[in-house]
Design a protein around this ligand. Structure first.
Ligand SMILES: Cc1cc2nc3c(=O)[nH]c(=O)nc-3n(C[C@H](O)[C@H](O)[C@H](O)COP(=O)(O)OP(=O)(O)OC[C@H]3O[C@@H](n4cnc5c(N)ncnc54)[C@H](O)[C@@H]3O)c2cc1C
Length: 385
């Protein structure tokens, strides 16, 4: 068994309920079992499969099934229990959960020593229209299948696709779509609609310069400072940001990447314990995209932070349950970030935001980080920080 500093077990078999089996949930599960293999863990998630979501844009090249790991497999691999359910809390319920150490589901009452909320952040919803796609659609079918079906259905001679949102997810999808269209020899026009002046505004300036020049090289039209107002049967309605003047362009399909909803985010102290009425709930922890820690560490909505927070709360659950009960604060700083631009290009930073990397070296770093997570999923922890 691995050694965890500042943790002497009180020899009781701990019951931990984990709500959400995404990046933070898996990191917490594997870390708990690494240091305390007899922990009794229940994982609750409405989906049947864990999705390696950081690869989702690659389903224009690979089958979606490559990214799915059934929770039943995870449960049998790690000897834990999986319940297919969706759990939602309001503030009073959390306080009650802490007092009673019970979680009430539809069909049963689960008692726990510690509850961990890692249910992520929902993506902003899309219009439920036939020719509008959003992130959620790509978790159900591969990008290649979805796009082929829609292009075939729409039998116009000149087709065009409007991708909306120039954040990291939108850009990763945009480049995959462009290269997919080239591979299937489609002459559909591709454009990016973005409400800001530049793409990837949350990253160092070099990101947008590089990406916008690659878009130009590849013939992707760019509409900055433009709001999406809706997709109709064969056109997209847009508005200029400054003047609010509306205009339309011919468009067979819109694909929306409008960012994440920031609702249902729980504030936690630096140890990951949820704060309610200004005091921490000692047995309820939170991590990943649905958490905001009051600490010096990074609260970015990334897999990198989700994994670090998930691992930290697992260690803190064990420390809190044992002796002397000293918890570790969250101090993780982002080590870098890479945005892929299709199968052979990427842009990112490593170590310091001023250290810009592009092309194959950037792609290699991304693949290394993804491989590290794949290893964690099978129980091999190679994270040094
Ligand atoms: C296309 C794409 C590419 C990305 N690329 C990168 C990247 O390269 N690098 C990076 O660092 N980050 C990347 N991200 C961001 C990263 O994926 C997220 O920050 C990360 O997944 C957050 O982890 P999480 O565990 O908090 O949430 P998630 O991984 O979203 O997991 C949440 C889990 O909770 C479950 N759940 C939801 N609601 C409930 C509920 N009510 N009850 C129970 N369970 C629930 C969900 O089904 C899901 O399994 C990318 C995101 C996308 C979409």
């Amino acid at each position: 068994m691995a050694f965890l500093p500042f943790y002497i077990s009180k020899q009781k078999r701990l019951k931990v309920v984990i709500i959400g089996g995404g990046y933070a949930g898996i990191a917490a599960l594997t870390t708990l079992l690494r240091y305390a293999p007899d922990t009794d863990i229940t994982i609750i998630d409405p989906r049947e499969q864990h999705i390696k979501i950081t690869h989702l844009h690659e389903t224009f090249r690979y089958p979606l099934t490559d990214l799915l790991v059934p929770f039943t497999d995870i449960a049998s691999r790690y000897g834990c229990r999986y319940i297919a359910a969706s759990v939602h809390f309001d503030q009073d319920e959390l306080q009650k959960c802490q007092e009673q150490k019970q979680l009430i589901l539809d069909k049963e009452v689960l008692s726990f020593d510690y509850l961990l909320i890692v249910s992520g952040c929902e993506s902003s919803a899309t219009d439920p229209t036939d020719n509008v796609l959003g992130l959620q659609d790509f978790t159900i079918a591969a990008g290649s299948d979805l796009l082929t079906k829609l292009l075939n259905k729409n039998n116009q001679s000149e087709q065009s696709i409007s991708v909306v949102g120039g954040g990291a997810t939108g850009i990763q999808f945009l480049f995959e779509i462009k290269q997919f269209l080239q591979r299937i020899k489609s002459n559909a026009e591709l454009r990016l609609i973005h409400s800001g002046e530049h793409v990837l505004e949350q990253f160092p300036h070099g990101f947008s310069t590089y990406v916008q020049s690659r878009m130009q090289d590849m013939g992707i039209a760019f509409y900055p400072n433009t709001y999406y107002c809706g997709q109709q049967s064969n056109k997209v309605l847009l508005a200029e940001k400054q003047t609010e003047k509306q205009f339309e362009l011919s468009s067979s399909l819109s694909i929306l990447f409008l960012g994440k909803k920031t609702q249902n985010v729980f504030t936690a102290n630096a140890f990951g314990q949820v704060i309610e009425d200004k005091s921490p709930l000692s047995n309820i922890f939170v991590a990943g995209d649905c958490s905001y820690y009051q600490s010096l560490g990074s609260n970015t909505l990334t897999a990198q932070s989700a994994v670090r927070k998930g691992k930290l709360v697992a260690r803190n659950i064990l420390r809190h349950s044992g002796f002397p009960g000293l918890l570790e604060p969250y101090l993780h700083r982002d080590l870098g970030y890479v945005v892929s631009l299709g199968p052979a290009d990427a842009v990112g930073w490593l170590g310091s935001e001023s250290n810009l990397i592009t092309g194959m070296p950037a792609l290699a770093i991304k693949e290394l980080v993804e491989a590290q997570y794949d290893l964690l999923l099978v129980g091999i922890d190679t994270y040094l920080v």
